[in-house]
Design a protein around this ligand. Structure first.
Ligand SMILES: O=C(O)CCC(=O)C(=O)O
Length: 197
């Protein structure tokens, strides 16, 4: 995308309709959980389900809570190297992933608020590779220091790559869309640099 201070690529139809259906079915059996977060001393359930897989010992912290990775399962172990090589070709350098944070949106009421993937454990210029299956959903970008905004429709079977300075300069969100009745599965592959436990 030709946006200032960013390195964003969108590939629709990376998977055919039947491949996407196949992956959606397999991915439905991941370890989906609705997390409870403590926000301003109130217990709040995240408006979506999440799952977190990764190499042994990998964890991430979110809203002061620590989440330890579940051991890879077959479908993710197959997707991971394939996606790493796809991203390496796109970005022209070797990309590796050691974790996958997944999001399951049951319908258009489920959403994700504005944030940047800028936690220290992701490093300075993280590569986030995001696969989309199921309902198409709007994905919004908002510049951190100017009024620029962009919208991308993330379609069934597509790939979004966010790299370079994107997380330093932009927030992103997946807003509610009340007209959407179908579920959506999103897998975000990342590389986490964890300090020893
Ligand atoms: O579901 C999506 O596409 C949003 C995922 C996302 O923003 C994230 O995992 O940081």
């Amino acid at each position: 995308m030709p946006w200032q201070d960013s390195d964003v690529y969108y590939f629709p139809n990376l998977f055919s309709l039947s491949e996407s259906r196949h992956y959606f079915r397999l991915l439905e059996s991941l370890n989906w959980q609705q997390e409870t977060l403590n926000l301003y001393n109130r217990e709040v359930k995240t408006p979506r389900l999440q799952s977190f897989y990764g190499d042994n010992g990998v964890y991430y912290t979110y809203s002061g809570q620590r989440f330890d990775a579940t051991e890879w399962v077959q479908v993710l172990s197959c997707l991971k190297p394939w996606l790493a090589s796809t991203c390496s070709q796109v970005l022209g350098r070797t990309i590796q992933f050691n974790a996958m944070l997944g999001n399951y949106y049951r319908d258009g009421n489920d959403n994700m608020g504005w944030h940047a993937d800028d936690e220290p454990e992701l490093g300075q210029e993280p590569v986030i590779a995001s696969l989309n299956f199921g309902a198409a959903r709007d994905f919004k970008f908002k510049h951190k220091f100017s009024s620029q905004q962009h919208n991308l429709l993330l379609e069934n079977g597509s790939l979004l790559i966010m790299a370079g300075k994107t997380q330093q300069f932009w927030y992103h969100s997946l807003p509610k869309r009340m007209r959407v009745a179908e579920p959506r599965i999103n897998l975000t592959f990342r590389y986490l640099i964890n300090s020893p436990k």
